[in-house]
Design a protein. Structure first.
Ligand SMILES: [Zn+2]
Length: 448
């Protein structure tokens, strides 16, 4: 499957996830699935600390620490405990829930069980991060904006490799009073609770299965990796089973949280090798096979496919590394990262929004893709952004004798091109790589 198709499937998955969250589901707090990441890390040895990315200040974390501690216990007591078998309940009699400000590894998805202990750690920063992502999703969705910016944000967090990172709500420009809209508040809470229940149950699964920790990163061989993957799958199966039992009680827990968790995790934990806790495609397949909700199951399968596709992973990585934070402003579905310039002279060529096709020469064949372009013209100077479904590229150039000669850049690729006006509303031309104007293909645009 080509990258673009996969990527748009991914976006669609998010839209569907969120829409399906709004199906009437009895009155119950949402259950949230926890990050796999944490699960994989949960047995990591102490000397294998990751660099901790800082998203929230200490004061914020101290504020939330207590609240999350209480809600963790509540989720365990009210949702999970009632569906445990007597035997499971026995084994978990002394289980403890710890909410440190920061986790020892895997921030901001630090959910784990310290090796050999009957304890589940969920850091305040990680819970706040998940909480805010749920708020952001809910607000974007209810207000008709694309969830694409949120996916971009998560990928940037993973690939920009910064020590400090803006919070989801700041970076995505979500209004401070977002939760005052009860629709947003309800949806956000539903996803958050559902994802947390999944995560908590996953860690409890590790405890019940007496899973053991793994060696430091550098010592992990194939056999060890296999064992870790098996443990993750067992813990997932237990978590899904718990969600299933809760559902039979008709408490209104949705399976959405599981998917939400894996979506976030798949972008944050993307490394396919040399990672002690890869979110393997195999693991996702196992979750998909066990999941009884057919729609969720099929999206999990799509995600597993995306995860196994190296080309897609590279594209997402490149896009994340080159993207600026100002492209994360809320936008309508299908809209480009920047609104068109509507100031003046919108009728002159190379000003405003165009859409059309571009042809890409690949060996002896050509592939046609649709593209959208926003131009901003100032005299004979023109800048613009184009998008063909895989992040945005930039062009800048000059008009000479009515023809626009420009340079373009898309992630790490660049080149040149030219465009000529035809009639009132059309532009046609060619583009090429590096110093060529025409070895890449052709393009044709019409004013929107
Ligand atoms: Zn795990």
């Amino acid at each position: 499957m080509n990258i673009r198709v996969l990527y748009s499937l991914f976006i669609t998955a998010f839209i569907l996830i969120i829409s399906s969250c709004q199906n009437p589901v009895k009155n119950m707090p949402t259950v949230m699935p926890s990050a796999d990441k944490s699960t994989m890390e949960n047995n990591a040895s102490v000397n294998e600390q990751d660099k901790t990315v800082k998203i929230y200040d200490k004061k914020t974390l101290l504020n939330w620490k207590e609240r999350y501690s209480q809600s963790n216990s509540r989720i365990f007591r009210q949702l999970i405990k009632p569906v445990l078998t007597p035997n499971e309940r026995n084994q978990l009699t002394n289980v403890q829930f710890d909410v440190p400000e920061l986790g020892k590894f895997n921030e901001p998805m630090a959910f784990y069980r310290p090796d050999g202990k009957s304890k589940v750690v969920m850091s305040a920063q990680s819970l706040k991060f998940l909480d805010d992502l749920c708020t952001a999703y809910a607000w974007l969705h209810i207000n008709g904006y694309s969830p694409e910016t949120l996916i971009d944000y998560i990928a940037m967090l993973r690939y920009k490799n910064l020590d400090e990172f803006p919070t989801p709500l700041d970076a995505l420009q979500i209004p401070k009073d977002a939760l005052e809209d009860t629709k947003v508040d309800n949806l956000a809470l539903k996803i958050f609770t559902s994802a947390r229940t999944f995560i908590l149950a996953h860690e409890l699964g590790h405890i019940l299965h007496n899973h053991i920790g793994h060696a430091p990163k550098e010592k992990i061989g194939e056999k060890e990796k296999k064992r870790i993957r098996k443990q993750e799958i067992e813990a997932d199966q237990f978590a899904l089973d718990i969600l299933d039992r809760i559902r039979t009680l008709e408490l209104g827990i949705t399976p959405i949280g599981t998917l939400f968790f894996f979506q976030i995790n798949s972008h944050l934990n993307w490394d396919n090798h040399n990672s002690t806790h890869p979110l393997s495609s195999e693991r996702l397949q196992a979750v998909a096979n066990k999941e009884k909700d057919t729609m969720i199951s099929s999206w999990l399968k799509e995600l597993a496919e995306l995860l196994a596709d190296k080309e897609s992973q590279q594209s997402i990585q490149l896009a994340a590394q080159y993207r600026d934070f100002d492209t994360l402003a809320p936008r309508q579905r299908g809209e480009l990262p920047f609104a068109p310039d509507r100031r003046e002279n919108i009728s002159q060529p190379f000003q405003g929004s165009y859409s059309g096709n571009y042809t890409r020469f690949v060996f002896n064949e050509s592939e046609v893709l649709s593209v959208e372009v926003n131009f901003q013209r100032n005299g004979s100077k023109v800048t613009g952004r184009f998008n063909f479904g895989l992040g945005d590229g930039i062009i800048s150039g000059d008009i000479e004798d009515k023809i626009l000669y420009f340079d373009w850049r898309w992630y790490n690729k660049e080149g040149m091109g030219e465009l000529k006006p035809f009639g009132d509303n059309q532009l046609k031309g060619t583009w090429g790589y590096r110093s060529s104007y025409d070895d890449g293909g052709e393009w044709e645009l019409r004013r929107k």
